[in-house]
Design a protein around this ligand. Structure first.
Ligand SMILES: [Zn+2]
Length: 339
């Protein structure tokens, strides 16, 4: 850390948040959001705007998908994330670039818990590593599990560098309050009905879901080391297909009743045809973890008004992996787990 003095200025104490010393990280994160609304007009405006945001819901056989019209998200949805654009802009997650009003809470001496100034969730955090290192999940997956356990009222999520991260050059997670993403409630039902149980014993369960507009593999365990190992094997299999800089994926992780549930959404594409289309065909929707969780973000009103159930199904089909690859992946993963 080259900016330790600066970091001290950013870190906010429990006392400054009016919290007692035994407060949990969840309580601190919640208090931080209130504190920041009081001192940071940009964030306060966006948080207030979120209260009036328009939402509509599409009902499909297996799921509900919401569409949120959120104009403040234009920056992220339209973000240029090619290496030239990234190298020409100042990194907005480095501590020396944070606005003076922005405060944060340290996590494991390696991360800083910040408010997301362009929220989608009523409570929405951005959690960058302190050092400027590329967005990659493999070296930091265990941190994601530790974060989910420490922030039990939040779902922690990861967007790959080519799967929605608007800072692919600076490792970060995000977190949003539980109870917001439809997948959280739909998942248990999907688990009960799926015929793709890939592995199961007393300590670890793995299942796959494909008839859900998008496809995912769920890993559940109360044992952090087992879960980490199981994820590592899945990551290895995904790497056999895509390597640079890592397999395309989005991940959601939640911790409840002593167990993690991690959802891995393997992907084929970053953005669908509609994103690049001209005229009437254009829909500015750039899917990432939140969209895969069942809340699709349209920063433009024209898209919110015209988007149909069939458009969303088509967009998810394009950005998810294809059926035959998913079948192969599930078979290979089940085989690997059985060894
Ligand atoms: Zn950075």
């Amino acid at each position: 850390m080259s900016n330790s003095v600066h970091l001290d200025d950013i870190i906010i104490s429990k006392r400054a948040l009016n919290l007692s010393e035994d407060s949990s990280l969840d309580q601190m994160a919640d208090a931080l959001q209130k504190q920041q609304q009081g001192v940071w007009p940009l964030y306060a405006d966006n948080a207030k705007g979120l209260e009036q945001v328009q939402v509509k819901t599409f009902h499909y056989a297996q799921c509900d998908v919401k569409v949120q019209f959120n104009p403040a998200r234009i920056k992220s949805s339209a973000a240029k994330v090619d290496s030239k654009s990234i190298s020409e802009r100042k990194c907005f997650l480095c501590t020396d670039a944070l606005p003076p009003q922005q405060k944060g809470i340290p996590f494991n001496d390696e991360y800083l818990i910040l408010v997301n100034p362009y929220p989608i969730f009523p409570r929405h955090l951005t959690i960058p590593r302190l050092e400027h290192v590329p967005q990659l999940i493999e070296p930091y997956f265990r941190d994601m599990l530790e974060l989910s356990r420490a922030l039990e009222t939040y779902t922690v999520f990861y967007n790959g560098p080519k799967c929605g991260a608007s800072a692919p050059d600076h490792m970060h997670f995000q977190a949003g309050n539980k109870g917001f993403l439809p997948v959280e409630t739909e998942c248990s039902k999907l688990k009960a009905t799926t015929n793709r149980k890939l592995f199961s014993n007393d300590h670890l369960e793995i299942f796959a879901v494909s008839d859900y507009l998008r496809k995912f593999i769920a890993i559940e365990s109360g044992d952090i080391t087992l879960l980490h190992t199981a994820f590592g094997w899945l990551h290895e299999l995904l790497e056999q297909r895509q390597q640079e800089p890592e397999p395309m994926l989005n991940i959601l992780s939640g911790y409840e009743n002593g167990k993690w549930r991690v959802l891995v959404f393997p992907r084929d594409r970053h953005r669908p045809d509609q994103y690049f289309a001209e005229g009437d065909e254009n829909i500015l929707l750039s899917p990432a973890s939140v969209d895969f969780g069942g809340v699709c973000i349209t920063p433009q009103e024209k898209d919110f008004n015209k988007i149909k159930a069939a458009d969303l199904a088509d967009i998810f089909a394009q950005v998810s992996v294809n059926d035959s690859y998913f079948d192969e992946l599930c078979a290979a993963y089940a085989k690997r787990m059985a060894e």
